[in-house]
Design a protein around this ligand. Structure first.
Ligand code: WTA
Length: 651
């Protein structure tokens, strides 16, 4: 059993590590639980405060009413940029690895201060004030990090939308957060592809009077349409501004950003993070989980459009004064050696990526890895989905040559930073397990009736007791939804939506979502969103979407669709093609169903509830009705036989 395999921290690493033994971890963990104010107060001392906070936190606050470091004033841009520019101006802050292999650009802390200052002045010149929301729809170019930090500098709230989302999805997010300014680029580059961005923004903001200004960065020089009075080239605007931009000191609990993520129901949620607690948490987790120190080159291969990029490309490393890599390309461009080429060229010391990328690379064998020097690497990390034990082994043995600890980090957009993870010098790993809670984190497993499962060797719904500084504070504009979503299913606790097992040694194994959220190639998608995209097509009467195990993506998307009789004459292929296109247009290519089954009916209970359990089994290729469980409440059992026959027919 993989469960019994223990991989201790490589001794040479453990020796010099920040936390270098299990006992040291336990002592610090105990302290963080027994005296959260003392523990987090010490961590907060690594951040510069303009005005000291009055209280670390309120232990008696109601669940869902969260505040940390109250009364304190600070600025994230000052902490991530200015204080390092003063001390280590020539240290690289950002190493930008451009899309084409071998092309790099270095931005020192001094450069970053200038670039952020200019951009912050541009925002001010266009009327952006404290509390205003700014939408950022940019590819992985330095302007993305600069724009985030510029918003923070003037106290504005950024809403970064991953530059793969469609015009419809972008429009919905711009409207929800009421953004008056959008920052974008002409195009993005992703491996061999050019990704048009400005035309997407044009479509997204068409007719929206609230959007006053669209600032456009030039990445490829592609010809784009500029709407007079609304659109301006970012570089022209930057040239008008000086680099010095006074700082807007904000309250600890003033919002820093909104980031949209998928839930099991309804529209995407604008998860809101505030300033003091988020920054302390991002910096503290970055430091301990990656054993980060001055001189590290932190290479997180995520996109800054997701929470991983927010916390571990931009805010965590920069708050700690650590050089961060921004990777514009994809892991397989021009070939499967690309990550390791970046490591070799930049002498990266920390690598952090998603299992889905590693699965794709493993398939290409060891040669593309071995070709490059990897002796600079100290720590390897993964995030976003469970990692298969064989992939973990490959990462450890081949990529890290058995020298580098692997940290499998579990967390969520809502948690702001890593919650369950090994510490690289302290915890013996079990491949596939995220192991143990980070400092201050109190995981609980709860059964469906709300009973807390004590002891080890139990499985249930993963909840968290108490609070930690990086916890989301609300859903933008809908606090009732925040409370209902996260704090009502198991009153008194934050419910993660994940299932989890705690093994005989107290190690945590995330088993995947227990709600209707999919994890496709590390991307979080709501089945409800995909279903509403499908039913928006004129041919569709009803749709049900489920996930199925997929060797590369972790989960694939299977859609069962009932179409209108008028469309019976259509070519099946053409119709499913049109439906896939519909989803791409409404959400993003990442949400495109892998399979669409055109069915005559959906299995429903007599009360009209779709029995997704059956659809999941069929999508997984388990067509034997004996495995469908209790089907006695089905309104029309024949519907299931039809679907099974259809699935069989597909071979
Ligand atoms: C899943 C990404 C297993 C989980 C930072 C969670 C993981 C969701 C892991 C959050 C991991 C994340 N092992 N599953 N190490 N990390 N997940 O909000 O289901 O994009 O709830 O945040 O990803 O996805 P999100």
């Amino acid at each position: 059993m993989s469960e019994s395999i223990l991989v201790p921290p490589p001794p040479a690493f453990a020796q010099g590590a920040l936390v270098s033994s299990r006992a040291a971890y336990e002592a610090l963990y105990r302290r963080s639980i027994d005296d959260p104010a003392g523990f987090w107060g010490e961590q907060a001392a690594r951040i510069a405060w303009h005005r000291p906070y009055d209280a670390v936190w309120d232990a008696h606050a109601r669940p869902g009413e969260i505040a940390w470091f109250t009364g304190g004033r600070l600025n994230v841009s000052y902490n991530c940029v200015d204080r390092h520019a003063a001390r280590t101006p020539d240290r690289p802050a950002i190493l930008w690895a451009r899309n084409e292999p071998g092309e790099y650009e270095t931005i020192t802390f001094r450069d970053l201060q200038e670039r952020v200052g200019r951009l912050a002045n541009v925002l001010r010149a266009h009327g952006v004030k404290k509390g205003d929301r700014v939408c950022i729809y940019l590819p992985m170019i330095p302007e993305l990090a600069c724009a985030m930090l510029a918003c923070a500098r003037v106290g504005a709230v950024h809403s970064v939308v991953f530059a793969g989302f469609s015009a419809d999805a972008l429009r919905e997010r711009i409207l929800d957060a009421d953004c008056a300014v959008v920052i974008t680029a002409d195009e993005g580059l992703r491996g061999p592809k050019r990704v048009p961005l400005k035309p997407v923004v044009d479509a997204a903001v068409a007719g929206l009077d609230g959007v006053r200004r669209v600032l456009v960065a030039r990445r490829t020089g592609a010809a784009v349409q500029m709407t007079p009075g609304r659109d301006l080239w970012l570089e022209d605007e930057l040239a008008r501004q000086r680099a010095t931009c006074p700082i807007e000191w904000v309250d600890s609990e003033d919002p820093l950003f909104v980031l949209y993520t998928s839930g099991s129901t309804g529209k995407p949620k604008g998860v809101l993070h505030t300033t003091g607690g988020y920054l302390v948490y991002a910096a503290t987790t970055h430091r301990y989980v990656f054993d980060a120190r001055e001189g590290d080159i932190h290479f997180c291969a995520a996109d800054a459009g997701w929470i991983t990029g927010h916390s571990y490309i931009v805010y965590g490393p920069l708050a700690n004064g650590v050089t961060t890599v921004m990777f514009e390309s994809i892991p397989t461009y021009p070939d499967a050696g690309r990550y390791w080429q970046v490591v070799d060229d930049l002498r990266a010391t920390i690598v952090y990526t998603a299992p889905t990328a590693l699965r794709a690379l493993l398939r290409e064998g060891d040669e593309p890895v071995r070709k490059y020097r990897r002796d600079s690497i100290r720590v390897l990390g993964t995030v976003g989905e469970p990692i298969n034990p064989d992939v973990w082994r490959w990462y450890f043995d081949v990529v890290g040559d058995g020298r580098c600890p692997v940290v499998d980090t579990w967390w969520q957009t809502e948690t702001g930073g890593i919650l369950i993870t090994p510490l690289p010098g302290a915890i013996a790993c079990k491949p596939g397990s995220a192991t143990l809670p980070f400092f201050g984190v109190r995981p609980l497993l709860v059964d469906d009736d709300g009973k807390i499962l004590e002891g080890d060797d139990v499985a249930g719904n993963l909840c968290l007791a108490g609070s930690w500084p990086g916890q989301a504070r609300t859903i933008y504009g809908d606090h009732a939804r925040f409370l209902a979503n996260y704090f009502s299913r198991f009153p008194g606790y934050y419910f993660t939506g994940d299932g989890c097992r705690r093994d005989g040694d107290g190690y945590y194994w995330i088993t995947g979502r227990v709600d209707d959220v999919l994890n496709v190639a590390g991307h979080r998608l709501g089945t409800a969103e995909i279903e509403s995209a499908l039913v928006a097509h004129e041919a569709v009467v009803e749709a049900a979407v489920v996930g199925f195990p997929h060797p590369l993506k972790g989960q694939g998307i299977c859609a069962y669709v009932i179409t209108r009789p008028e469309f019976d004459a259509w070519d099946r292929e053409e119709l499913t093609g049109a439906l896939k296109e519909q989803v791409r247009k409404a959400i993003s290519p990442i949400a495109t169903p892998d399979r669409i089954l055109l069915v005559r009916g959906l299995p429903k209970t007599r009360s009209g509830k779709i029995m997704r359990r059956i659809l999941r089994r069929i999508a997984a290729g388990e067509l034997d009705p004996a495995g469908f469980g209790d089907t006695s409440t089905l309104a029309e059992p024949a519907v299931v036989d039809d679907i099974v026959a259809l699935a069989r027919g597909r071979g």
